[in-house]
Each structure stands twice: as structure tokens, then as C-alpha cells.
Design a protein around this ligand. Structure first.
Ligand code: KIV
Length: 265
């Protein structure tokens, strides 16, 4: 049976019924693979700056970078919902800039966009939603604020911080967001947020009580240099690549490759 196309409405209907499984993907072949494996949503995350482009953090990722990767993933025509991150400083400057950036992401193939932040981006989220662009929120740890935070840390440890995260969640829901990513918070805080909103919550480093989970593909496959402690590695593709490339180099050096079945005289 052919898999149904997953939409924003599907995500909303899944809350309380079925857990949502999301992964990042940044290019055509990985999008084909994760989609065929059955993920509900693919995020073209600005984490590509770290795991693909080798930056220290996500701040150097530009809209031009994102457009290339979103278009590549969209060419896989995934059944999964295709969400694109809004990169640093494409929405903090206000709703008009946000609309312009989000429109480009949508034209590249995104079916929803994800800016980072809570109450402070209420106007941005509301304007995008009014324009017909679905918004996935991102609260808890916001990696685009790494300089102000002083590193990638667990947030929401004090009651004051936990309340702020809950207020952020409610504000984004009121602004029209259809789902929320909650990153790096104690499991109890993620549970409180999940129970206090009608839209699905999707956790990364937030424990098991959310409506879904998301991880970075390179962490799952064992391809990241510095994976976070909350990311489970499901495969060791780095070893498989090193082994395959090592054997290729060895065979070329020894004149074993190409053997007759790989060429014509
Ligand atoms: O950029 C990204 O991959 C993300 C996830 C960590 C949620 O925003």
C-alpha cells in the first residue's frame, strides 16, 4: 500500500494517538532513504551547518545555504512533511523579513518553516501563519542563541525557567504554530508543556513524554564528530565508509581494481 502524504493536519491529528518520528535530512539521497524508512517529518535543519559544513554552531548558515538543501530534499518528493529551519537573522528582524525568507523556503519546497524562540517571536509566527505558511515552533534550548547562552546546555532547570518555557509554548500555540520542537529540557518540563498545549510536541533531548521525537540524522548514523549525549546511535556508518574506502584505496594501489568485469578492452 502506498504511504499517505503527511501534512500539517496529520501532525495535529497524531497528538495523543500516535507518536511522531522525525529526522533531519539535508540532501536528495538521504531524504529518499529516511522517507522510505517511514519518518513522519523531515527537517532540513540549520544543524547542517555543523554536521555537513563543519561550522562550530549554526550561526553562519545562510538562507542561500538553506535553499540549496531544501530544494535537494524536496526533489525526493517525500511523503513525510518537509519542514525547513529559518536561519539566524532571517526572522528576528520582524514579520516582513520573516515573510520574505519563509516565502523563498516554501518556493524551494518546504511545507512548513521553523524559527527559534517563544513569546518574543509571537508577531512573526502570527504573520507567517496568516499568510498561509505553517510554522513549527522551537523552544527550550535555542541553538541560534548559543552566544548569549554560553554553550549548548540543558535549560528549564529552575521553576522560573520551566514556567517561561510553558508560557512560550502557549504563546506559540496562540500565534498559530501547528507543532513545537522542545530541545534540551528536563523530561518533567517537556511533560508539563505537552500536557498544557493542544498541538503536538516533538522532543530532542527532552525525554519520553512528548508527542514525538526528532534527532539529527548524522548522530543516528554515527557520522557526527561530537554527538550530544541524548542522541542514540543506531548505526556506525562512519566505520562502514572508512572500511569501504580503505579497501578501494588498497585495491587501486595493488592494481586489483578495476578487474575485468568493470571495464571493456
Ligand atoms: O537544526 C536542527 O537540526 C534542529 C533540530 C535539532 C531540532 O533544529
Amino acid at each position: 500500500m502506498e504511504r499517505r502524504k503527511i501534512t500539517v493536519q496529520t501532525f495535529l491529528n497524531m497528538k495523543g494517538r500516535e507518536k511522531i518520528a522525525m529526522l533531519t535530512a539535508y540532501d536528495y539521497p538521504s531524504a529518499l532513504l529516511v522517507d522510505a524508512a517511514g519518518v513522519d517529518g523531515i527537517l532540513v535543519g540549520d544543524s547542517l551547518g555543523m554536521v555537513v559544513l563543519g561550522y562550530e554552531n549554526t550561526l553562519k548558515v545562510t538562507l542561500a545555504d538553506m535553499l540549496i538543501h531544501v530544494a535537494a530534499v524536496a526533489r525526493a518528493r517525500p511523503k513525510a512533511l518537509l519542514v525547513a529551519d529559518m536561519p539566524f537573522m532571517t526572522y528576528e528582524t520582524g514579520p516582513r523579513d520573516a515573510l520574505r525568507a519563509a516565502a523563498k523556503l516554501v518556493r524551494a519546497g518546504a511545507e512548513a518553516v521553523k524559527p527559534e524562540g517563544g513569546q518574543e517571536i509571537f508577531d512573526v509566527v502570527e504573520r507567517l501563519v496568516k499568510a498561509g505558511i505553517p510554522v513549527m515552533g522551537h523552544i527550550g534550548l535555542n541553538p541560534q542563541r548559543v552566544l548569549a547562552l554560553g554553550g549548548f546546555k540543558l535549560v528549564g532547570k529552575t521553576e522560573e525557567q520551566a514556567k517561561k518555557i510553558e508560557e512560550d509554548a502557549r504563546a506559540l500555540q496562540e500565534a498559530g504554530a501547528f507543532a513545537l520542537v522542545i530541545e534540551s529540557v528536563p523530561a518533567g518540563v517537556a511533560k508539563r508543556v505537552t500536557e498544557s498545549v493542544k498541538i503536538p510536541t516533538i522532543c530532542i533531548g527532552g525525554g519520553p513524554h512528548c508527542d514525538g521525537q526528532i534527532l539529527v540524522l548524522h548522530d543516528v548514523l554515527g557520522l557526527s564528530q561530537r554527538p550530544p549525549s541524548f542522541a542514540k546511535r543506531y548505526a556506525d556508518i562512519a566505520s562502514a565508509i572508512r572500511d569501504a574506502v580503505g579497501r578501494y584505496v588498497d585495491e587501486v594501489k595493488r592494481g586489483v581494481f578495476p578487474s575485468p568485469e568493470y571495464y571493456k578492452e
